[in-house]
Write a protein that binds this ligand. Sequence first.
Ligand code: BGC
Length: 348
Amino acid sequence: MSISISSFGALPDGRAAALFTLTNPSGAQLCLTDYGARIVAVRVPDRTGNLADVALGFDSAADYIRQDNYIGATIGRVGNRIAGSAFTLSGKDYHVDANEGPNCLHGGHNAFDRQLWHAEPHEGEAANMVTFTYTSADGEEGFPGTLRVTVSIGWSHENDLSICYSAVCDQDTLCNLTNHSYFNLAGQGNIEQQILTLNAPFITETDDALIPTGHDLPVDGLPVDFRSGLRLGEGFARGSEYPMMVAKNGYDFNFTVAGSGMRCFGSLYDPQSGRVMHLRSTEPCVQVYSGQHMDFSGHQGTHYGCHAGLALETQHHPDAIHHAAFPSVVLRANTPYETQTVYSFSVK
Ligand code: BGC
């Protein structure tokens, strides 16, 4: 196991970003950067042992700043949307940064994905890891309290990519952290031939701005029913059957996953290469977003177009602060926040 560190270019203010390459004994690699505590690349074998990069990304910090789309980034303080960019907490009204019309998406314009995190690499027997830390100041993007965040991203001998999120705040605040990697197990083209299986009986109903109405709806029989596995291309084609998919040209839904605690969420499988990614998490939900708005060049000039990758963002419900029926995203003062998500790569 080894970790190599190289330059990832400079930020506009002159600070240097670094690239961390974690290589396990089989030769499989995970690349991370401290700019946004991001996953830059995941190189894993197919059935015949050929490595391909199955996570979308760019080749320098400058490219991430230019193109963005949250690719590979740690998202916070609050992943997904806060309606009206306002909420009341512990008797006080707060206004947070509105970066999607009137609403706040993924923590605002200058949120965790836009920060240079402190990074500490650790080489271990069974896994290597980089621990990223960031202190979000009281009032940053409008959120209350000084929030100290740690995101440890590990890469094991068995090709398990694990992310442990922890945080603590000196005041009551909101916290809903995730990672915004887009996966494509073919390592090229689009995800239409890949099969998504999700142990999720419900999706969250939303309005046209993707703000929840407050209801979770059963997936039974709909093109959002992934419980027995569904080829994504077939799901996209069946989108016309389902009003919430018509305008979307793909998936952008919060799914509530059965059970609680650390559990299997499901898998993504590419029948052609044989690559499989199993997903486990302690979170209640996952946002499935199929990248319908992408149109730009990524790693080594590769074109990323519509459906070039699938984001599986483990999370609490969107806009949970405004819906008492959804699990809470309130983080009380001096109380630890801890969640974990693991993406495990193998072949079948
Ligand atoms: C959201 C999408 C949004 C995308 C931006 C996803 O998490 O669900 O609605 O367009 O992030 O990259």
